[in-house]
Design a binder for this molecule. Structure first.
Ligand code: ATP
Ligand code: MG
Length: 564
């Protein structure tokens, strides 16, 4: 899908129509309203790109608003990580940073306005009683015995709630709408509850806090948001938001709902992700297996790849699940263009080139990126002892194995042709510990003057200059496509992939890679894209495999589907 195609999704056409009709005086103000109770994930990226993208495309602004109405679950750590992640994605809210908690005073006044209008009342039912009297989809709810309190009594009680006179759970403020409404959200929903908890921004100033539903629409209104874009689950809340705005007689934003992003082999819910973090199933929010933006960043994802992915999936109103291979595809596309190529041997097998002089080494020139010659070349040292990948050798090669085997000649990438002349084994275990080879000095650069062809080319690393590194190989976090597809009583964590992280030690990387900085990205020839992990130091380098080179996962999925 291209840029032009995404520009006609239904949200963009609504905004374009509103500009044409002058509905909001041609203004476009959107917002991204995260609750700071966890780290952002790739699903949030869809919303971020949509809201900031709309503002950018239509010459408007996009607010970053923290929906921090619930003191018990919110922390400054999350606020900071969210800002970092939005910036990393490449978006800028400029001066438009807001907090719902900034509106606590205003929301309190709104509540009083509704009480005075006879549209809200203080209710002494317990939370359980309120739930029990709410009714069901087929049965109306029961009116609270406190529903017809006088305005004076309601005002008095609400002021005393605000003054901290009552215990948590003793009373709430409810909207007086309709206990028989078909939409359960309209059955006298709670507007305010008592919570004797410190808030990350307002401290102990408030013993009562507005419910999300009472804060959200009014926050949009206060900020003059034109298009309040949210996910489908809020569609049934819209009549309530409209009721509040109508009764208060204040400015209406237009709410537009779209389908949230789901991706195979992972979960996109802060609650679930929190469970994985707190239970030690992963190593924190930024574990490279996590679908969080901080996890993807640490894994080596680029913001460009994520934005491209968000463009490609588009915006629609129907719920669907996107294959994780599509995200990986967008990533490969981007990394292919920008990553310098280097050589790294993950499972090293020593090769001694018997006719290469001891103590000598020479520079081999190697292209940094065949996709982008402007990235130049670099010298790589070659010497008598090199490492190749263990599975690039077979003592007893099966048909169609074109790599190294006894008596066979292959090319060492950009260097020389070598021929295997002997195999050294550990006498006790029978394991191959070393290969003996000869090289042809007439094949410098990996081409032979006599036109002789070889079928295999191996990457290699010179033993003397090799950098020893730890390499972390990642696979899907969950073995099943939908981790929530569970038998009765099952737990989504039962579907975790026990091999989502495999740590390889003693990998041999090209010289100089010990100096690469955390976050730097490379393609290891034939092995995939890798980046330097945050844990890495020059003394103990650590690399993450961001993604394998080929779409092996997509092919595996296809094979599996055929079997089914
Ligand atoms: P979660 O379900 O992961 O806890 P949330 O919706 O509770 O997410 P919020 O902080 O309220 O998280 O989300 C901020 C914004 O991001 C909201 O507008 C929400 O609709 C949007 N959003 C959250 N998850 C997704 C998703 N998977 N796809 C698209 N948008 C999402
Ligand atoms: Mg939420």
């Amino acid at each position: 899908m291209t840029q032009t195609e995404t520009s006609v999704d239904f949200v963009r056409s609504i905004v374009a129509d509103d500009i044409k009709s002058g509905k909001f005086g041609g203004r476009v103000v959107t917002r991204f309203p995260p609750e700071p109770n966890g780290y952002l994930h790739i699903g949030h990226a869809k919303s971020v790109c949509l809201n900031f993208g709309l503002a950018a495309e239509f010459g408007g602004t996009c607010n970053l608003r923290f929906d921090d109405t619930n003191p018990s679950r919110e922390e400054t750590e999350y606020v900071e990580s969210i800002m970092e992640d939005v910036r990393w994605l490449g978006w800028d809210w400029g001066e438009n940073l807001y907090y719902a908690s900034d509106y606590f005073g205003k929301l309190y006044e709104f509540a009083i306005q509704l009480i005075e209008a006879g549209k809200a009342y203080v209710c002494d039912l317990s939370p359980e009683e309120i739930r029990e009297t709410r009714g069901t989809l087929t049965e109306p709810g029961k009116e609270s015995p406190f529903r017809n309190r006088s305005v004076e009594e309601n005002l008095d009680l609400f002021h005393r709630m605000r003054a901290g006179e009552f215990e948590e759970g003793a009373r709430v403020l409810r909207a007086k709408i309709d206990m028989a409404a078909n939409n359960l959200n309209l059955r006298d929903p709670v507007m305010y509850r008592i919570l004797k908890q410190s808030h990350h921004r307002t401290g102990d100033e408030w013993p009562i806090y507005p419910m999300y539903d009472f804060a959200h629409g009014q926050s949009d209104s206060i900020e003059g948001v034109t298009h309040s874009v949210c996910t489908l689950e809020f569609e049934v809340h819209r009549p309530l938001y409209d009721w509040f705005l109508d009764e208060l007689g204040i400015y209406h934003s237009q709410q537009i709902e779209f389908a949230r992003l789901n991706i195979t082999h992972t979960v996109l819910s802060k609650r679930r992700l929190m469970e994985l973090v707190n239970g030690g199933y992963v190593n924190g929010w930024d574990d490279p297996r996590m679908p969080t933006l901080s996890g993807l960043r640490r894994r080596g994802y680029t913001p460009e790849a994520i934005r491209e992915f968000c463009d490609r999936i588009g915006v629609a109103r129907r719920d669907n699940t996107v294959e994780i291979s599509l995200l990986e595809h967008a990533l490969r596309d981007d990394l292919n263009k920008r990553s310098p190529r280097v050589m790294g041997v993950l499972d090293p097998l020593k090769v001694v080139i018997e006719n290469y002089p001891e103590g000598r080494s020479e520079e081999i020139m190697s292209v940094n990126n065949p996709e982008d010659m402007s990235m130049g070349e670099r010298p790589v040292l070659f010497s008598r002892t090199v490492y190749i990948e263990r599975d690039d050798f077979s003592e007893d090669p099966p048909p169609k194995f074109y790599r190294l085997s006894p008596g066979r000649e292959i090319r060492l990438k950009d260097a020389y042709y070598i021929t295997c002349t002997g195999v050294v084994k550990d006498e006790a275990t029978g394991e191959i510990t070393e290969l003996r080879c000869t090289y042809d000095p007439e094949t410098y650069g990996g081409t032979s003057a006599d036109g002789r062809k070889v079928r295999g080319t191996s990457h290699w690393v010179s033993a003397e200059q090799a950098v020893d590194a730890e390499v972390r190989i990642y696979d899907h976090l969950f073995v099943t496509e939908d981790p929530d597809d569970l038998p009765e009583g099952g737990d989504f964590k039962d579907n975790l992939n026990p091999e989502s992280l495999v740590v390889l030690r003693g990998c041999k990387l090209e010289q100089g890679l010990d100096q690469a900085k955390p976050g730097e990205r490379f393609q290891f020839l034939r092995q995939g894209y890798f980046c330097v992990d945050l844990d890495s130091t020059p003394e103990a380098p650590v690399f993450n495999r961001t993604v394998a080179l080929r779409d092996t996962w997509a092919r595996m999925d296809q094979a599996r589907r055929k079997v089914r």
